[in-house]
Design a protein around this ligand. Structure first.
Ligand SMILES: NC(=O)c1ccc[n+]([C@@H]2O[C@H](COP(=O)([O-])OP(=O)(O)OC[C@H]3O[C@@H](n4cnc5c(N)ncnc54)[C@H](O)[C@@H]3O)[C@@H](O)[C@H]2O)c1
Length: 321
């Protein structure tokens, strides 16, 4: 039987590369497209030898074309961590707006179903807790995070317009903080920062007093949720994340316990518009996808630590201590 063909934008990134792995495993022909602005070919180099895998080095904010038939598009290209999108705010706005528009056009031309990677950031600093999909959010459009949050909100609106106006098959996943192997050590997010600092024997940086909460979803759980959504017949946004909530201070303690180092914290000022609380309500995902996370934080962190141990450079005096 002929393989179904899928285009994954942002395929050399953290989540995109895990999606490529899963789709290859499910028997798809996978085309990864990436301009490598924050991604890394190392994440997908094991796939290059497969004939059912192709890579296109391309910026999706420019016109996008791929040869042959196409069944699905998963649009994951976008800088994703604050440190990245603060450095490249215009590219971030462009990939969420122009990039999404280009890919919706491609989906129309090929008769493909399109799934977009949205984010919990569409809820901004939420006034509703936990966040349900029908909450409209509390976003500051002109603050430093506005370039990302508003690009994603525009992306959702554009995708819904194509669905309603052109009848295009679309899916929208609102992703909450996800972690796992292939995260960039220096992407500025709390989990890689804490793990790298603990492994290097440095103090853990906490922004603010550490009472703000986050919830972390292991990457395999996220990929399972996205795959189910892709194949479902549900076109409205669905939260995918792990509702298990923890304060940043407690999380620092967990990381120190896991890595066997003494708790040593350096407090720094809270960045502007940093959300105080983040926790997905996943009732909808349970109902329409029969999905919920399977990997608890202890297990997910153990698996992630293995990856970080290979990547983090430990200063010689600490390694020999
Ligand atoms: N990781 C998370 O916790 C999380 C949470 C919410 C949403 N998301 C969304 O998931 C997607 C992937 O995030 P990630 O964590 O894997 O980030 P990432 O930075 O690891 O991956 C993004 C990839 O997109 C590529 N890219 C960026 N702009 C591009 C462009 N114009 N053309 C082609 N490629 C481009 C980058 O080079 C990179 O490989 C993003 O859309 C992000 O907004 C991620």
């Amino acid at each position: 039987m002929e393989r179904k063909r899928v285009l994954v934008t942002g395929g050399a990134g953290f989540l995109g590369s895990h999606l490529c792995d899963r789709l290859i495993k499910e028997g798809y022909h996978v085309m990864a497209m990436d301009n490598l602005i924050t991604g890394n070919l190392e994440n997908i180099e094991h796939l290059f030898k497969l004939e059912q895998f192709e890579f296109y080095h391309h910026d999706v904010s420019k016109f996008v074309h791929v040869p042959g038939k196409l069944d699905y598009i998963l649009h994951f290209a976008s800088p994703a961590s604050p440190i990245d999108y603060l450095k490249i705010p215009i590219q971030t706005l462009k990939v969420g707006s122009l990039g999404t528009h280009n890919l919706l056009g491609l989906a129309m031309a090929k008769g493909a179903r399109m799934l977009i990677a949205s984010t919990s950031e569409v809820y901004g600093d939420p006034l509703v807790h936990p966040q349900t999909e029908d909450y409209w959010g509390n976003v500051n459009p002109v603050g430093p995070r506005g370039c990302y949050d508003e690009a994603k909100r525009f992306q959702e609106a554009m995708t819904m317009a194509y669905h309603m106006h052109h009848g295009l098959e679309t899916r929208i996943v609102r992703i909450f903080n996800t972690y796992g192997p292939r995260m960039r050590l220096d992407d500025g997010r709390v989990l890689p920062a804490f793990l790298s600092q603990a492994l290097r024997g440095e103090p853990l940086s906490i922004f603010g007093d550490g009472s703000q909460t986050r919830s972390f979803c292991y990457v395999d759980d996220l990929v399972e949720g996205i795959y189910r959504l892709l194949l479902s017949d549900y076109h409205l946004p669905v939260n995918i994340g792990n509702p298990s909530e923890i304060t940043i201070k407690e999380f620092a303690e967990e990381i120190c316990k896991l890595t066997g180092v003494e708790l040593n914290i350096e407090y720094q000022p809270l960045p502007t518009d940093d959300p105080q609380k983040r926790q997905p309500d996943i009732s909808l995902a349970r109902e329409v996808l029969g999905w919920e996370p399977q990997v608890d934080r202890a297990e997910g962190l153990r698996r992630t630590l293995e990856y970080f141990k290979e990547k983090v450079q430990v200063p010689a005096e600490k390694a020999n201590a």
